[in-house]
Design a protein. Structure first.
Length: 446
């Protein structure tokens, strides 16, 4: 019966490159995060019925500017700003309840009504304060080898999930039983991480108060069934937004300098409980240059004036931690690898305006390792990656201010050529281009 329903629902499935007419679109980062995913989701979400988050937790930061107001979301999907849009935190998300309500307070302050528009999967895992504490301890223990996590408890929470000792959002529906599970859970983590005298009462009291708001708001749902019904309603449209990015994926990223969840298109299926056949559009977000936060390999990093300039002009500081981002030239080998994993239907290039004023712009097209060309191939071994020679082409830059330009034809010739060169190298259409931080500074190429 289910297979017949699925066949009927997706019989007319078509690929939509832009996301404007898709029934199910996915927006993913193609680099090491901070590409500007939230901005495109914000633009598209107004025409979607459901906006769903499928992975990560408060370690991700989406900065959205709407009506002159700046919002920094770490848990909330960007669709929360639109009254028509229902927002779902899927089973693949890990949620710190106090952080969620801090973000909801932003909405309250600005008069945005979210009643009935925020649904949380009963299968999503809870981030406890003891896991946040453990995250900090693990980073401290690593010393100079620290990964550079956000210390938001994400890794320990996914570890607890894999160890089958974690707490789930659905556990909150039976408070008495939850208290029992919580006490057992804290005892187990205290033993695992050698934590003494953790204040269980303090966190339980806070969770009890916030849980009353969650249950009164009917936020906890069986998201699998909810999304399944939506998929089989031909009038419903879903957009899924990813946290982090492909090169931070638990399996495919630059391990161990990665996050603890699946950040690729496969994570959409496991993090929301939807079939692969449902996905019509997969848009990869690609910054016009490359950045990463924290430790780990960065083949095209610029440790010179160019890197400092990109950081300053691009305001490259983390939305979650405020840490300065490392900056470098655009690395197309990384984006090609991301395309292999995600099957991108199109690219959204962001922050093109940041490159203004650079006389000669380099683009990494591929690597060489021991005389062998790596084109869309990333070595699993960090030792091998460190031995790779990055091969660049050099393109002319432009001096004209392109901030907030919203037509491709009005860009300087060199900026147009930059886009065309990258498009040809990737063999993926660049359909969206960003020329500034505001929502309006994004245009669709005709």
């Amino acid at each position: 019966m289910l297979s017949k329903i699925s066949q009927r629902a997706f019989a007319s499935r078509q690929v939509c490159q832009t996301g404007l007419n898709s029934r199910f679109a996915v927006v993913l980062g193609t680099q090491w995060g901070d590409e500007g995913k939230g901005k495109l989701v914000d633009i598209l979400a107004k025409d979607y019925d459901i906006c769903a988050r499928f992975n990560g937790g408060a370690n991700a930061g989406h900065t959205v500017v709407a009506d002159g107001q700046k919002y920094a979301f770490h848990l909330l999907p960007c669709g929360i700003l639109y009254q028509k849009c229902i927002n779902v935190l899927g089973n693949g998300v890990v949620m710190h309840v106090p952080t969620l309500f801090e973000e909801l307070a932003q909405l309250d302050k600005n008069g945005i009504d979210y009643k009935g528009r925020l649904l949380i999967s009963d299968r999503a895992h809870l981030v406890s304060d003891i896991q946040i504490h453990a995250d900090g301890l693990l980073e401290q223990q690593k010393g100079k080898s620290a990964i550079g996590t956000t210390k938001r408890g994400i890794g320990p929470t996914y570890a607890s999930k894999a160890l089958r000792i974690g707490l789930r959002v659905g556990d909150l529906l039976d408070w008495q039983r939850f208290e029992e599970k919580y006490n057992t859970f804290v005892n187990e983590l205290s033993y695992l991480y050698r934590i003494d005298n953790f204040d269980k009462k303090k966190e339980l009291d806070e969770l009890r108060q916030l849980n009353e708001r969650i249950t009164k708001g009917n936020m906890i749902v069986d998201s699998i069934q909810y999304l399944s019904r939506a998929l089989n309603d031909s009038k419903k449209r879903i957009i899924a937004e990813g946290a982090n990015a492909t090169m931070l994926d638990i399996d495919f990223g630059t391990y161990p300098y990665i996050t603890s969840s699946s950040t690729t298109v496969g994570g959409v299926c496991t993090g929301l409980g939807v079939p692969p056949s449902a996905i019509e559009t997969t848009i990869g977000i690609m910054k016009a240059y490359t950045t990463r936060v924290g430790g780990g390999p960065f083949p095209s990093e610029c440790l010179d004036d160019i890197g400092a300039r990109l950081q300053k002009v691009g305001h490259e500081f983390g939305a979650t931690t405020g840490r300065p981002r490392r900056c470098g030239w655009l690395d197309l080998n990384v984006v090609k690898f991301s395309h292999k994993l995600n099957g991108l239907t199109s690219i959204n290039m962001t922050k093109l305006d940041v490159l203004t004023g650079i006389n000669k712009i380099k683009v990494a097209t591929h690597y060489e390792l021991n005389g062998r060309k790596l084109d869309g191939e990333m070595p699993a071994s960090l030792d091998d990656l460190g031995k790779c020679q990055v091969k660049y082409v050099e393109l002319d830059g432009w001096e004209e201010d392109i901030s907030n330009i919203t037509q491709f034809e009005k860009l300087p010739g060199a900026a147009q050529n930059y886009i065309k060169f990258i498009e040809k190298e990737l063999s993926i259409p660049i359909t969206w281009v960003g020329t500034g931080p505001a929502r309006e500074a994004m245009f669709l190429r005709q």
